[in-house]
Design a protein around this ligand. Sequence first.
Ligand code: CLR
Length: 434
Amino acid sequence: KSKSSNPKHEEWKQILEKDGSFLGYENGFRNKLGMDDDNRPKVSLWGVLKSMIGKDMTKMSLPVSFNEPTSLVQRLAEDIEYATLLDTAASYDDPTLRGVYVAVFGASEYASSINRIAKPFNPLLGETYEYCRPDQSYRLMVEQVSHHPPISACNAESINWTYYGENAVDSLFRGRSFDFKHLGKMFCVVRPINGVVNKNGEKVDEELYSWKKVNTSVVGIITGNPTVDNYGRMEVTNHTTGTSVIIDMKQRGWKASSAYQLSGQLLDSKGNVQWAIGGHWNSKVYAKKVSGHQDTTLDSTTKVSDDPFSGSRFLVWQAAPRPKLPFNLTLFAVTLNGLDERLGEFLPRTDTRLRPDQRAMEEGRYDEAADEKRRVEQKQREARKQREESKKPYRPQWFVKTKHPITGDSYWQFTDEYWSKRKDKKLGDVMDIF
Ligand code: CLR
């Protein structure tokens, strides 16, 4: 690997160090839950849902056995599982190849949804979640910034990139399908080792990408064979260089052959196709340099090269293996709710790891999970009532809503106070929400 000439790398290295971002994560991560099998009572999904057609998920009261022991703030953190794709992007000088890696990162976020037909816990207002990887040099922070409608804001940072945005999911149960629309936008700043040449030919240190997530649906509920599908068109725009990637995730049809299919193209700033992308979002995605060629299809029988510029297809991404785990969690998801003793002293009391109903769920104490869930939700309603009576508007702790300086979108900006306060163990004055 060549040495970085990007001044931002040293800057970010120092920020991550100064904030002691990895304190508490010294013991690594767990690779299993306390239980080997979830033994959840098997209840027919359709039996419970059939009376709820036309409702959104937040308005349904479902038995806790339909939950998995993660929360939606952690599901947003799961976006980052394949963050090495962003590190690889930053290692290339070719802006079009970087675009391929960033777009495939955007698509890699759906792999973890396979087989997880369960409801994540709905985060309480003010619930937070942090996740740091000393081995990959990144830190991430998520906060539930709105309850009605539910919105989680996230910000993740490393030497090579910053990833931020919101999950605002609109849901509707239609009977034949349970549909989830992503309203929010995601942003990604990449800091390539040798910088970036922008649209005006000037040399800058960073480039900004943005995109909207594709739709998610649970289909096959009536037939008793529920399956998660993710489909739609995702346009990943590079606002700095003017390249863009269109990724098309095909909707699952009657035939299984179209399931998980993905295809895409990278266009340079002049609108010429430079790379073809193809594969399956649940397993592998390839790309091929096609500039100057007419043929932008990826033939799955052609040989695979290690060199992106060879003109043959090369492997961009591969999903991690999925051993059989309780609740069909991924290995990455298993690490999320681990509560190491060293970490405990750094966490604010709003961190999901300290949420009692979810903890009971992951330990198989389902009745207690249901009772605790009722209790914390009641506590949330009371806090809301008090706020209304005192006419104090709610303000999130770690994010402020502003206008994006480059794209003009309204978005949640991370205020950066979390990490320095955390280092000084000054997160003790946050709300008591559990
Ligand atoms: C997909 C990847 C995105 C973030 C995201 C947001 C909402 C999630 C969705 C993902 C996966 C599917 C999901 C959904 C909310 C509810 C739904 C977890 C993670 C489940 C499958 C609905 C279960 C329905 C019950 C009645 C069982 O980046």
